[in-house]
Design a protein around this ligand. Structure first.
Ligand code: SAH
Length: 218
């Protein structure tokens, strides 16, 4: 068991060195979080040996845990310092949630598929992430009761930026979200500053579909 944990530690360090630092992930808080969260715990047992590879992996229900680089890139784009409240849409495995929760004050996360959320919530408890609140719902509607949010991260791709999410973004605030068609998208950084909304594409990506009221229909 001890030996196994050492192996994952090494895999994590290698992941940070070879996949992140070489691709311009430079923010110390992001690198530290990526070097801390046990990614192998967020995939099923049979896939643990591959958990730190440079690719996404299936997590059941037709969904995937994002490639480590994409998780780091999206987190870095949020420019978190530590005091923020963040809304995440698409909990999935809970890995991205745990990375953000390591850095900021509080994370609200919404997932539409109940069995995935139940599994993620169990992991949050087991690994003692005490600052994550989650629910099953259509995340394209946001979570208005707890907003506005300093950061919003959407880990599934829709045809446009959902209007409720723009409304629930604090000013100043940053949202990172993939937008495009079903097969390929641009990762957008949407920022709100003194009432003005700015959109900047930072990477070409391929995400699973954002399904809901302000996303794709099933
Ligand atoms: N961040 C996750 C990525 C999971 S894949 C991880 O690292 O594991 C994207 C997730 O978004 C899927 O679990 C999918 O069910 C969920 N999703 C899709 N549309 C959604 C919506 N409208 N509201 C909430 N979750 C949604």
């Amino acid at each position: 068991m001890r030996l196994e944990l050492n192996n994952f530690e090494k895999a994590r360090e290698r992941m940070v060195q070879e996949q992140l630092i070489t691709r311009n992930i430079v923010e110390p808080l992001v690198l530290k979080a990526m070097n801390t969260v046990p990614r192998q715990m967020f995939v099923e047992e049979a896939l643990r040996a591959q958990a730190h590879g440079d690719f996404p992996l299936p997590i059941g229900e037709g969904q995937t845990i994002s490639q480590p680089y994409i998780v780091a890139l999206m987190t870095q784009a949020l420019q978190l310092k530590g005091h923020e409240t963040v809304l995440e849409i698409g909990t999935g495995s809970g890995y991205q949630t745990a990375i953000i929760a390591t850095i900021c004050e509080k994370v609200y996360t919404v997932e539409r598929i109940k069995p995935l959320l139940i599994r993620a919530r169990r992991l949050f408890d087991q690994l003692h992430y005490l600052n994550i609140v989650c629910k099953v719902d259509d995340g394209t509607l946001g979570w208005p009761e707890n907003g506005p949010y300093d950061g919003i991260i959407v880990t599934a791709a829709g045809p446009q930026v959902p209007e409720p999410l723009v409304a629930q973004l604090a000013d100043p605030g940053i949202m990172v979200i993939p937008v495009g068609d079903r097969f390929s998208q641009e990762l957008l950084v949407v920022s709100k500053n003194q009432g003005a909304i700015k959109r900047e594409p930072i990477e070409n990506v391929r995400f699973v579909s954002l399904i809901g009221n302000h996303g794709w229909r099933l």
